[in-house]
Write a protein that binds this ligand. Structure first.
Ligand code: FES
Length: 179
């Protein structure tokens, strides 16, 4: 009797552990599939933005202003001037949106992370350059080094404007504005 109960309990525990592991594995696989599908669609839709699969797809993450509100493309364009750089959040580190002629929002944004020791650079509108407050590196309006100690340009990320949203995609733009 005691032995029977022992085996029943053991089987029940094995069942519990087995189903727990299965649930964990399924949810892990689900997350992985979802993530890689999003990454694949980002790649695909950046290459073929007019493909029907991309009609309703919004790549990357929404760009947020300094108060954490989503930027609206029409509001930016109504207020910004050509040459402006607007700080945007949403990715791990802040980036600067670039306002080009017409005006329009450029298809790239410039990272705010200094390539010397990773301080956050500030945009100097009057001087039209990025200035690092830590050790004085300066970068031109496209993020190229004007003065060290930094040696590398500021990184670039991709920007997509769709459905009046400004979307940030954490990968280099397809066309390099510096070449
Ligand atoms: S961290 Fe920017 S110059 Fe050193």
């Amino acid at each position: 009797m005691i032995t029977q109960r022992f085996f029943k309990r053991r089987r029940f525990l094995q069942y519990l552990i087995g189903s727990g592991l299965a649930t964990t594995a399924i949810s892990w696989l689900w997350t992985l599939t979802k993530t890689s599908r999003a990454v694949d669609l980002d790649d695909f839709c950046l290459t073929y933005p007019h493909n029907s699969q991309c009609d309703d797809y919004l790549p990357g993450v929404q760009a947020l202003d300094e108060a954490d509100n989503p930027y609206q493309a029409d509001t930016i364009l109504a207020q910004a001037d050509t040459g402006d750089r607007l700080l945007a959040q949403g990715l791990r580190k802040e980036v600067y949106l670039v306002i080009e002629e017409e005006p329009k929002i450029a298809s790239y944004a410039i990272s705010s992370v200094c390539t010397h020791l990773r301080c956050t650079v500030n945009w100097d509108q009057a001087g039209q350059e990025f200035v690092c407050p830590c050790h004085g590196s300066r970068f031109d309006s496209l993020g190229r080094v004007n003065r060290g100690p930094a040696r590398r340009s500021l990184a670039l990320v991709t920007v997509v404007v769709k459905e009046n949203q400004v979307r940030l995609v954490d990968r280099e733009p397809r066309e390099n504005p510096r070449t």
